[in-house]
Design a protein around this ligand. Structure first.
Ligand code: ZN
Length: 317
């Protein structure tokens, strides 16, 4: 059966980038193996940013060489600028993601450039990458609100989306970087973008669960036609340049919600939970994803029942 909904997994990048500890490459490879096994075909695995700024992503080149099933899986790497693109080309990465912010202040704090300066460089990056046969995703962050500027005019997002698509981006990912979006607002913004000429088939939504609305927002976006969603296993992730930002939308929570709606993602929910539980053990702490915690409690409950049954059998024997 063909998939009807695309899940884009960001735990290896957005998730681990925000961990204090630097996760060993071997652990990342083991996680990628579990994700591929579970059925994920779009995985953002690293970032060609400066290793000095983001040591968690310093192994992106090496990690790519060790990733499983590179012919079957679209492995995406974040590319901040022309220098990042050169590294991606050298590594042989075929899928890149660029980023800029719809908020001037957030963009300045994030990459130390104005939106216009970012866009001028990104236009070159996107054009070169497309010409080299790469697939390009372009993030626009803080679309649904900025911690510094508050509400962001939808016209700015619309203009940036058009510019990036014209430069050759194959898809636009709308980022709710600090989890400020609410469902009605999500629908309002997406409808405005569609009315402004953006094809929603080219749009993915990237929500964070900072205020507990990530699944509701995804559901709202689905209601107006979005069929591509970013998530991270266990809801791991955040943004180091956005105070108070926490946790991506949990992949399992999204899978559970959309499967109940009859959507086919091609991804196994139990195996996804197992991958998330593996990451909990690797990080040595519980992850915030709600479905994951339910799944673990259910497992413990089943083990308890089994134990009780064998105890009573022993007692009656
Ligand atoms: Zn994010």
């Amino acid at each position: 059966m063909d998939t009807t909904l695309r899940m884009y997994e960001v735990s290896l990048r957005d998730g681990l980038q925000n961990e204090d500890q630097v996760v060993p490459t071997a652990t990342k490879v083991a996680l990628a193996e579990r994700l591929v096994q579970a059925g994920f075909r779009d995985i953002e695995f690293g970032s060609f940013v400066s290793p000095r700024h983001v040591p968690q992503m310093a192994d992106t080149d090496e990690l790519f060489q060790r990733l499983p099933e590179r012919d079957r899986v679209r492995y995406w790497a974040l590319v901040p600028n022309s220098r990042g693109l050169d590294r991606a080309l050298d590594a042989g990465v075929g899928h890149i993601a660029t980023f800029l912010s719809a908020s001037e202040t957030h963009n300045l704090k994030n990459v130390n450039r104005t939106i216009r300066e970012s866009l001028a460089d990104l236009r070159r990056v996107v054009q070169t990458a497309s010409a080299q046969g790469m697939r390009v995703r372009s993030y626009i962050s803080t679309v649904f609100g900025c911690p510094y500027e508050g509400e962001i005019p939808v016209e700015r997002t619309l203009e940036l989306a058009h510019e990036l698509l014209q430069a050759g981006a194959h898809e636009i990912a709308l980022g709710d970087t600090t989890g400020m979006a609410t469902p009605a607002q999500v629908q309002h913004i997406l409808r405005r973008l569609e009315a402004g000429g953006i094809d929603l088939d080219l749009v993915a939504c990237h929500f964070h669960d900072t205020r507990g609305t990530a699944v509701a927002n995804a559901w709202a976006a689905h209601g107006v036609g979005i069929r591509s969603f970013d998530g991270s296993i266990g809801g791991i992730g955040g943004c180091p340049y956005a105070p108070g930002a926490s946790g991506n939308a949990s992949t399992e929570d999204l899978l559970h919600t959309f499967a109940a709606q009859g959507e086919n993602t091609g991804i196994d929910l139990d195996q996804t939970c197992e991958a998330a539980a593996f990451m909990e053990r690797a990080l040595g702490r519980a992850l915030p994803g709600r479905f994951l915690q339910y799944w673990k409690a259910r497992d413990r409950g089943a083990a308890r029942d089994q134990q009780a049954e064998s105890d009573s059998q022993t007692a009656s024997a």
